[in-house]
Design a protein around this ligand. Sequence first.
Ligand SMILES: Nc1nc2c(ncn2[C@@H]2O[C@H](COP(=O)(O)OP(=O)(O)OP(=O)(O)O)[C@@H](O)[C@H]2O)c(=O)[nH]1
Ligand SMILES: [Mg+2]
Length: 146
Amino acid sequence: MVIGSVGAGKSSLIRALLNDDREVAKTQSLLFRDWLIDTPGEYCENPLQYRYLIATSFDTKLLVLVQDATKERGYFPPGFAGGFPVPAIGVITKIDHPSANPAKAERLLRQAMPKGECFAVSSWEGTGIEELRSRIDHLLQSDGRR
Ligand SMILES: Nc1nc2c(ncn2[C@@H]2O[C@H](COP(=O)(O)OP(=O)(O)OP(=O)(O)O)[C@@H](O)[C@H]2O)c(=O)[nH]1
Ligand SMILES: [Mg+2]
C-alpha cells in the first residue's frame, strides 16, 4: 500500500512500477491496482482519515511511505510507520526535478520511519524504478503473498 501527501507522486510511482502508460488522475479513493494499493493523499494529511489507511493495511504485506523530494516539509507524524502492522519502506519521488533535495527528503522520511530501506526515484524518467520493483518483489515473495 502506497501512502503519502497530496501530489507526492504516488499514482505516478504506481504507474511506473506497473509499466502502465495511462495518464494519472487525482486519486479520489482507495484504488486496488494489480498488486499495489493507491491511496488519496488526503488520507495522510487528515488524522481523522488515518483509520482508513490502518484498516486497509491489515490486508497488505508492505507499506510504502512516499516523500516528495521537492517539498520543504514532511506530512507524516513522527513514528507514523510504527503504527501499522506491516513493515515499511520509504520512497523519495521526483528526483529529476530541478528543486529536488533527496537528502532532505530522506531526513523527513526518517522522522516517520526511523528504520527500513529508502529508495530515491523519478517516475518520469524511470530512475530507480527497476531496483525498487525488484526489492518489493523480493519482500513480497518472501511472504508468499504475491
Ligand atoms: N518532475 C516529476 N514530477 C512528477 C513525478 N512523479 C509525479 N510527478 C508529478 O507530480 C504531480 C502529482 O503526481 P501524482 O502521481 O498524481 O501524485 P499523487 O501522490 O498520486 O497525488 P494524489 O492522488 O492527489 O494523492 C503530477 O503533476 C505528476 O506529473 C516525477 O517523477 N518527476
Ligand atoms: Mg494519486
